[in-house]
Design a protein around this ligand. Structure first.
Ligand code: FE2
Length: 331
């Protein structure tokens, strides 16, 4: 079975092609919209529309397949930004109807988890999903990925990026393998007073962002603000993940999403899992960020278990939660 998957939820238009036998991943083509400021959804959508055809063709060429070889078209219908989702969905509906293929709805967050399991070989981890738009701790229990903690406002990636941009550290946001906030924190010497907000199993970063920006405006040394900001933010996430690990009794933790690449964050998680005799898996950056392969792979798992959708019902869902999806292939 071969599935082509399309990712277009935020800044990446990605097309992946996968097969249900080794080497699994046949193609991985992408075009990334890189904004100067935060993502402008309509501009990203225009960029996707302009690049879609060439990315699809590139993927087909890489995989050396034709549409006649493909069994299904998988599409990330959410969560994400409306204008961006609509471009991918329109193209996927067209391909499915024109070539008479099954259309497979994929939840973007579920796809982050599934590609992580494929590439890290973790089997049943507590998943820490950290990206520009998401901060969630999830784990598989009784047929679904249940949420064991999430952000009440902005995501961890958004916190770091917005702070960096507001104080003039970015763009670019990543230098070498480090986020500019991590880089700036290297010369931090002392901790300042910033809010640490964990409510039950949930985290909140917006007050931390406001307080950090206020501290910079008042003349506090930027390196000290960066050091405190990232120590507090990362520790909040580790705390919530640690409780989820203890509660579920699992013995694996997997980091996914763009922010998972941070070596500083990884070090904190290494210490925590060692304490619980658990194992840490980190999805490599190439597959930790948004890509079409994860959509194709999750679509393939779904299609093998009868998941598909009629074109009329293939609506996009900007706020489609991970815990609303039945994980039929694991049941
Ligand atoms: Fe993502």
């Amino acid at each position: 079975m071969i599935v082509l998957g399309i990712e277009s939820t935020a800044h990446t238009f990605g097309v992946g092609i996968v097969k249900d036998e080794k080497p699994y991943i046949l193609a991985d083509a992408r075009a990334e919209y890189v904004p100067r400021e935060g993502i402008h959804p309509r501009e990203a959508a225009r960029f996707f529309a302009e690049h879609a055809a060439s990315v699809i063709n590139k993927a087909l060429k890489q995989a050396n397949v034709d549409f006649k070889d493909i069994d299904g078209i998988a599409i990330a219908l959410g969560p994400g930004m409306g204008p961006c989702l609509r471009i991918g969905a329109t193209i996927a509906r067209f391909l499915a109807s024109y070539y008479d293929k099954k259309l497979i709805p994929v939840n973007h967050a579920v796809a982050h988890v599934e590609i992580g399991l494929l590439v890290t070989k973790a089997t049943d981890p507590v998943v820490v999903y950290l990206s520009g738009g998401n901060t969630a701790i999830v784990a598989y229990v009784d047929g679904r990925y249940r949420v064991f903690g999430e952000t009440l406002d902005i995501a961890l990636g958004n916190l770091l990026d917005t702070f960096a941009r507001e104080v003039g550290l970015a763009p670019p946001y990543i230098v070498g393998s480090l986020h500019v906030v991590d880089k700036c924190a290297e010369d931090g010497k002392k901790f300042i007073n910033l809010p640490y907000v964990v409510k039950g199993q949930d985290v909140s970063f917006s007050g931390l962002l406001t307080a950090a920006l206020r501290a910079v405006r008042k003349g506090t040394k930027l390196n000290d603000v960066c050091l405190t900001l990232r120590e507090i933010a990362y520790t909040m996430v580790v705390e919530v993940a640690e409780r989820a690990l203890a509660h579920t009794g699992k013995n694996e933790v997997m980091l996914v999403g763009g922010v998972a690449a941070s070596p500083i964050l990884r070090e904190k998680f290494e210490k925590m899992v060692r304490y619980h005799n658990a194992k840490l898996y980190v999805v490599p950056p190439k597959f930790a960020v948004d890509n079409g392969v994860m959509i194709a792979w999750t679509g393939l798992l779904g299609l093998k278990h009868g998941v598909s959708v009629n074109i009329e019902n293939s609506i996009i869902r900007q706020r489609w939660r991970i815990d609303e999806v039945d994980i039929t292939w694991r049941a």
